[in-house]
Structures are given as structure tokens and as C-alpha cells.
Design a protein around this ligand. Structure first.
Ligand SMILES: *Cc1c(COP(=O)(O)O)cnc(C)c1O
Length: 389
């Protein structure tokens, strides 16, 4: 283009191109709704599902494609789709694979918003939603009906911590051609290699360990099979599941340290769980690496680590009021949902309201062990427990 432009035009457009050849470790943050085509032929030739080129910001930019590719590699899958939260990733899987008249199985200890989604599907969408005992293993075969289209799993349940036998559930489902989806957030995809154990669809809340910063919400769905990916991709497009490039960058930035952080969370959590186990106020430590935890032998067989999240059950002599005040007395442990960040958190759960078949009588408190020195965390727990007596 030649000729002098008016200032207002120069403010909107430029022919300047930065030099080629810039190289650095961080992925570039590409902001775009509109993606430009060189000509009409290029516009006509490109398809939104083809990740070798770009069509529209919602369908991907170099920033989002990079995170998707890296997550697929890390988890051992082939395809990945990003969603604006872990819960959005869960809903996308449901809406991709279920329609009126279908049936889905959810574990009784499922992440509560996933149960809420299931209840909505049952109430307003005519989908059969049934709950199964997460520890039933291969016996789940008896629950699979001709119209069952999806089995959800979570390893372990993120509050009550039962570790299901994922390979057994996958064998039973595979024999009946039903895909198994796993919420693999607890293990960050590091401590449990989902695809190697037979899982078809991996869901991750990147909000937790991948980001590590308690500053971003994002989810991912990872698959190996192309057909399955295509179905979920259609739901991704139809639902308009876009993520911001800045948020994507934050998750990318967390990746190089994720394994080191995870191992530090794991080491400190086991140290603190072992200390809590010998306290008279605590009757059970629900941590998959401890034998109080239902499914502990499965964890030993299938997992290579544990991360920072576990729960404890208080002696039933303590009322909810007392355990609430225990949490209020903690100073290093903060009160709040989520986990996987640098800061330790404590949250009480009313299990009898969440789970019909819950038989424990003591109060349950879930702890997320952050990256503080475990000696200071133990000191904090100790002063709050002592005040209980
Ligand atoms: C946090 C979490 C999710 C949802 O992630 P968000 O990004 O908060 O929506 C799903 N599953 C588990 C087990 C989680 O802990």
C-alpha cells in the first residue's frame, strides 16, 4: 500500500511487521476474535476443526493450541480441548455424549457440581442418571444398561477420598462399548496415568495444580480416540467454549514447575497426615496413601504419588460447632474452596447431607496442604487442636 493515510486510519491499522526470528521460552499471548485471511480462497479453504490453521478466535489461537498440545502430551493423549473452568469441561463432556433417553453413571462421591449437573440432566433433559458405589470395581458391569452412554469416575473422590479401581471399571465398560470419563484433577495427570489404565476421556481442572497460582479458572478434556474427540469438539464449538489467552498463558507458565510443586505438596501432606493420625482428636485420616482410606490398596497398585489434598475425620465427641471453631483458630491455613495453590486451606463438609449412605459420625475437614514449611503448618494445627480440648 502506498500513499499517506489520515491519522485516524493510522491509529487503526499498520503495515509494520516486526522482524522474523524472535525466539524465547514463553508462548506468545495472542489476543484475537477476528482472525485474518490473506484472501477469499484462504477463507474458503480453512475449516474450524483443522488445527493446522486458524479461522476464528473462539476456535483457537497459537496460544490455546500450544496449551492443548502440551496437555495432550503430558497426559499421554492425542487431543485436547480447553474450557473456561473445570466444571465447564465436565458439562461439555456430558452435553457431547448424552441425549434424551440415554443413561449415565456417576460415582456416589462425585465432585458436587458434577452431581448438580447430573441432577439437571435428569430433571430437565430426560437423561437417566444413576449413582454407583465408587468401590464396586468390575461389579459396575451389572449397572450398565443398553442405553448407558457414559461412566464418570473420579480418582479419588475429592472430599471423601475413596480410591476406585479404575482399570476394573474400564474393563467392565469397555466390554459394553461405554466410554469412561475420569476427573483426574487430584493426580494432576502426574500420579495417575489415566489412558494406560483404560480411561477414554480425561478431564482436568487446570485451576488446581496446572496453574498453581490460585489465580485462574480453566479446564481441559483430553482424549486419544479421534471419534470421541470429534464429538466433544462439536459440543465445544456449539457451546462457545472460549478461554482467554492471558489465562492460557498463566496455565502454560505453571507447567514447568508443576511436578516439583506436586511432589512438594505430596511430601508435606504425608508428613502432616502422619502427624494428624497420631492425634487423639482425629479418628481417621482419609489420605489415599494411608490405610484408613477406602481403596488404599488400589492407590498403592495404580498411583505413583498423592499431591496435597486429603481429609480427616474428627472424633465424634466433637460437635460441628467445635470443629468449625478449630478451623477458625487456624492462622496459616486459610478458609476457602479449591486447592493446588501455594497456600494451605481448610474446609468443613457436611457429609450426611452430601451422601445418603455416609456412615461416619465424626466431622470431616478437608485440608489442602500448600507450599509452606510443614513444620509451621503442624504448629498451626497443634495450637488449634489444643484449643479444642
Ligand atoms: C475444582 C474441581 C473441579 C472444577 O474445577 P473449576 O475450574 O473450579 O470449575 C472439578 N473436579 C474436581 C475434583 C475439582 O476439585
Amino acid at each position: 500500500m502506498s500513499g499517506k493515510k489520515q491519522v485516524q486510519t493510522l491509529l487503526s491499522t499498520t503495515t509494520y511487521r516486526p522482524p522474523e526470528g524472535f525466539a524465547a521460552f514463553p508462548a506468545a499471548i495472542h489476543h484475537a476474535s477476528t482472525v485474518l485471511f490473506e484472501n477469499v480462497a484462504a477463507l474458503r479453504a480453512r475449516h474450524w476443526q483443522d488445527k493446522r490453521s486458524y479461522t476464528y478466535g473462539l476456535h483457537g489461537t497459537p496460544t490455546t493450541f500450544t496449551l492443548e498440545a502440551r496437555l495432550a502430551e503430558i497426559e499421554g493423549g492425542e487431543h485436547c480441548l480447553l474450557a473456561p473452568s473445570g466444571l465447564a469441561a465436565i458439562s461439555m463432556i456430558d452435553l457431547a455424549l448424552l441425549k434424551t433417553g440415554d443413561d449415565v453413571l456417576l460415582p456416589e462421591n462425585v465432585y458436587n457440581p458434577n452431581r448438580e449437573m447430573g441432577n439437571w440432566l435428569a430433571r430437565d433433559f430426560g437423561i437417566g442418571v444413576r449413582y454407583y458405589d465408587p468401590l464396586m470395581g468390575e461389579a459396575i458391569a451389572e449397572l450398565i444398561q443398553p442405553n448407558t452412554r457414559l461412566v464418570w469416575t473420579e480418582a479419588p473422590g475429592s472430599v471423601s477420598m475413596e480410591v476406585p479401581d479404575i482399570p476394573a471399571i474400564c474393563r467392565a465398560a469397555k466390554a459394553r462399548q461405554v466410554p469412561v470419563a475420569l476427573d483426574n484433577t487430584w493426580s494432576a495427570g502426574l500420579a495417575f496415568r489415566a489412558f494406560e489404565h483404560g480411561v477414554d476421556i480425561v478431564m482436568q481442572a487446570l485451576t488446581k495444580y496446572h496453574s498453581g497460582g490460585s489465580d485462574v479458572l480453566m479446564g481441559a478434556v483430553i482424549t486419544r480416540e479421534r471419534e470421541l474427540h470429534r464429538k466433544i469438539e462439536l459440543a465445544h464449538m456449539r457451546l462457545g467454549m472460549g478461554v482467554s489467552p492471558d489465562d492460557t498463558y498463566l496455565v502454560l507458565r505453571g507447567l514447568p514447575t508443576m511436578k516439583l510443586r506436586f511432589e512438594a505438596h505430596d511430601k508435606a501432606a504425608r508428613e502432616i497426615a502422619a502427624w494428624l493420625k497420631q492425634r487423639p482428636e482425629i479418628v481417621k485420616v482419609l489420605h489415599p496413601a494411608f490405610d484408613d482410606c477406602p481403596g488404599h490398596p488400589v492407590w498403592r497398585r495404580d498411583f505413583s504419588g498423592a499431591g496435597g489434598l486429603f481429609s480427616v475425620l474428627f472424633d465424634p465427641r466433637f460437635t460441628e460447632e467445635q470443629t468449625d471453631s478449630f478451623i477458625d483458630r487456624l492462622t496459616l491455613f486459610k478458609i476457602g474452596y479449591s486447592w493446588g495453590g501455594a497456600n494451605s486451606l481448610a474446609v468443613p463438609y457436611r457429609m450426611a447431607q452430601m451422601r445418603r449412605e455416609w456412615r461416619e459420625t465424626g466431622q470431616l475437614v478437608r485440608l489442602n496442604i500448600g507450599l509452606e514449611d510443614p513444620r509451621d503448618l503442624i504448629t498451626d494445627l497443634e495450637q488449634a487442636l489444643t484449643a479444642l480440648a
